[in-house]
Design a protein around this ligand. Sequence first.
Ligand code: C5P
Length: 216
Amino acid sequence: MLKSKKILVTAGPTYEYLDDIRFIGNKSSGKQGTEIAKCLHKLEADVTLIIGPVNLDLSGMSKVIRVETAIQMNDAVTAAGPFDIAICAAAVGDWRPKEKARTKIKKTSKGKPPLLELVENPDILKNICSGKNRPKLVIGFAAETDDLLANARSKLQSKGCDWIVANKVNAENRNMGGEENEVIIIKKNEEIKLERQCKERIAKFICKKIVEEISA
Ligand code: C5P
């Protein structure tokens, strides 16, 4: 079914460094993306998992590229492509500190905290969609605290991808960083809601839909 299909999965957070030991990050565990990658691997696809700093057992996967920053993830995606299918499940940091200090930033005697200037990171999903070797199917994720559907639908447009997997994230539901998820798969002409369940089952369903799409 997916034999010989070259598939990219991005997963996990990115760390955007202020100095050698401090960073701006997020709560992504990388679990949802990893479960998708494992499932696609079982379906005999040629999967490349490009993943930020996570604490997961990835021993079952043959092609794993570990990165830390959004720039490293973007470079790794470019170097490993082109792909037939891309699934961008990573929680990529939208911004990074403009400068990374060469040594540990120190407190000043005046007690004034440092001012952080941020710059925008490359948008990996957008780059994949607008690149010259665009995969046949590109799937993005949208983790939102408010206006889930409206934000996710508009992301489908602005990123230029084929599907968006939307999930509501907040401190209570622990969808980000936890074991379970609840998502809505948003396509141009269809929306499919998946009730709360473990990330492995969500991954299986998404992969089933990918197989259907590719075989259509
Ligand atoms: O814009 P936002 O971060 O909400 O978009 C989420 C989607 O875009 C996810 O699929 C994520 O992997 C991707 N993304 C990306 N590069 C970024 C920001 C987001 O690939 N710099």
